[in-house]
Design a binder for this molecule. Structure first.
Ligand code: 13P
Length: 240
């Protein structure tokens, strides 16, 4: 079971102290729980210092290794600053930076090469959901992004775009079914078994108890509700 906080472009440094205090005074942690936090790049090393027993990750990396790539962060640099995983293919990056599957594919490859565990995001638009083509859409994203990848420790996050930040989620059984499709597709067509398939999109301390009852739902990638240490601690507590 894994729960990962994606802080996106939030939480300026002074708030990290209060997040940490709120989180640790409320959370019940033990060895069976793998909890991660992906802060903005500039806070990674600070988080490694403050967040005991949590894994710290990056929200993106360059598709290239070290070199003249102004404004980019390589897998090696992210790892040097203390990241142990990286979120790739988030729909906000796909949209804001016009990131295509071929680029995500290169990023997954370099993350694996540099021992940074990839957490790769997939998900459909509202239109695709309403047209009933979610499974086909997600499988074609999987095919493009994992082309030629030999993977052992891949985490997949299913994040329907229409659920991110909207307070609306699919039903637990719908998510469970998509996760089942993702696991089948990876096993039968891509020849790897994902380490976990997480769900992301408007997860809160209220709805996570119900969502986690889906047998194929292995954990969560949490945006807005992870920005408050109390609320993220309640999600962690309610999921195990
Ligand atoms: P919200 O939890 O704010 O909907 O964001 C989900 C997400 O994008 C996590 O990566």
């Amino acid at each position: 079971m894994k729960v990962i906080a994606n802080w996106k472009m939030n939480l300026p440094t002074p708030d990290i102290r209060s997040w940490t205090e709120n989180f640790y005074s409320n959370v019940n942690l033990d060895d069976s729980k793998t909890i991660g936090v992906a802060p903005p790049f500039t806070h990674i090393s600070n988080c490694v210092t403050y967040l005991q027993n949590l894994r710290v990750g990056a929200q993106n990396i360059s598709s290239r290794d070290l070199g003249n790539n102004t404004g980019e962060i390589s897998a090696s640099i992210a790892k040097d600053s203390g990241a142990s995983f990286v979120i790739l293919g988030h729909s906000e990056v796909r949209e804001n930076l016009d990131e295509q599957s071929s680029l995500i594919n290169k990023k997954i490859a370099i993350a694996i090469e540099k021992n940074l565990s990839p957490v790769v995001c997939f998900g459909e638009s509202r239109e695709s959901y309403e047209n009933g083509i979610t499974k086909d859409f997600v499988c074609s994203q999987l095919k493009e992004c994992f082309e030629g990848i030999k993977a052992e420790t891949i985490i997949i996050a299913y994040e329907p775009i229409w659920s991110i930040g909207t307070g609306i989620t699919p039903e637990t059984n719908e998510i469970n079914e998509i996760h089942n499709t993702i696991k089948d597709y990876c096993k039968n067509h891509l020849k790897f078994v994902p380490e976990s398939v997480l769900y992301g999109g408007s997860v809160t301390d209220k709805n996570c108890k119900n969502l986690i009852t889906g047998e194929n739902i292995d954990g969560f990638l949490v945006g807005g509700a992870s920005l408050d240490g109390n609320s993220f601690a309640r999600i962690v507590n309610n999921c195990f």
